[in-house]
Ligand binder design. Structure first.
Ligand code: DX5
Ligand code: ZN
Length: 224
């Protein structure tokens, strides 16, 4: 057992929501017990899909006081960080492959007053954390290749989560350890046991429509 000492938080990915009524969907998951609102930003270049930009984040901001957890799958990311912070992002997570100066990007996020996250793709080695881990507020382990919701969980994420849990505990700083992709009722207990404490869930939160959101979130959290 390598569980986190922090509470388990659920971050529904609005990528799986009904985009024709995004504000309503954000309010619904807020009321259903979401801790973070996970916002997947894709550029059709770093990942093979295009989703939403800072203007959408800004228009969603009045709909919830929960943590806006913005996952930037864009390259370059640096020119857009300020816009997302101004739009209301609380956490900005970038990928190390998105630019040549990961330390600078993290500093930029923090200097603007947001929390900084670093995301590791399934093929990204753990050593990208060297020299920057103490600067981070969140580490995101991708358990699918980024770009789309509804993909299957990649098992190699589990030992990766365990290894990062150990590194975080060794430092003793409460860095969030988030997992993203294919998290559902079956995989959620396994990622929690491996040491994750923020679970992104798109399809698993939104399946069944608004009447099911609260029980879906509780089940993913392990309270169902
Ligand atoms: C994938 C995104 C995820 C995605 C998760 O590129 O970063 O946040 O929306 O979707 P599910 O939970 O359906 O795998
Ligand atoms: Zn994401």
């Amino acid at each position: 057992m390598t569980r986190s000492a922090q509470p388990i938080r659920i971050a529904p990915s609005i990528l799986a929501s009904d985009f024709s009524k995004l504000g309503e969907e954000v309010r619904a998951i807020d009321e259903a017990g979401a801790d973070y609102i996970h916002i997947d930003v894709m550029d059709g270049h770093f990942v093979p899909n295009i989703t939403i930009g800072a203007d959408v984040v800004k228009s969603l901001r009045p709909h919830s006081k929960k943590v806006f957890d913005c996952h930037l799958m864009i390259a370059p990311a640096d020119p857009f960080i300020e816009g997302f912070v101004e739009a209301g992002a609380d956490i900005i997570t970038i990928h190390p492959e998105a630019g040549p100066h990961v330390h600078r990007s993290i500093q930029t996020i923090k200097s603007l007053g947001a929390k900084a996250g670093l995301s590791l793709n399934p093929g990204t080695p753990l050593n990208v954390l060297d020299h920057v881990i103490e600067e981070l507020d969140l580490i995101l382990v991708m358990s699918v290749n980024p770009g789309f919701g509804g993909q299957s969980f990649i098992e190699s994420a589990l030992p990766k989560i365990e290894a990062i849990r150990k590194r975080i505990d060794d430092i003793g700083k409460p860095i969030d350890l988030e997992v993203d992709g294919g998290v559902n009722f079956d995989t959620a207990p396994r990622v929690i046991d491996a040491g994750a404490d923020v679970l992104v869930a798109g399809s698993a939160t939104f399946k069944g429509g608004p009447a099911a959101y609260a029980s879906n979130i509780a089940t993913i959290r392990g309270d169902g």
